[in-house]
Design a protein around this ligand. Sequence first.
Ligand code: CMP
Length: 140
Amino acid sequence: MNSNRTFTMLKPDSIEQGYMLSILNIIKEAGFKIIALKYKKMTKEEAEQFYSVHSDKPFFKDLIQFMTRGPIVAAALEKSNAVVDFRKLIGSTDPKEAKEGTIRKRYAKSIGENAVHGSDSDENASMEISFHFSDSEIFS
Ligand code: CMP
């Protein structure tokens, strides 16, 4: 398990509104090294697998529709204390509760369309990075 890595996705709402480079710049300025990067549209099957932990939630169908309606940017990030520091940088899942200066406070519209994803544990970071990237696509 590597506590220096986390995984993020810039979600379709951020891309649609032209925030891709601004958000990547905030991530870089906060001291995260981008060690893998991909611009892609997830298939329904990929999104269902990625979010399988939420499959019994009432918002699951909307989540899958949202996450597959346009391209996302997937990235693996490296920094000491990456998971915790990145979650501080993005702010609460619900942008109404996100602190001033966080990415979600600035760019997210709602709890469903909340601009960015950040892994919630080292274990999930490792699984999510492997989900989107093979070893040969990671440049540490
Ligand atoms: P994230 O934490 O990146 O991954 C799970 C996603 O499910 C979350 O972001 C939100 O986009 C979505 N989500 C979580 N809670 C709700 C909710 N109550 N209503 C709608 N979407 C939600």
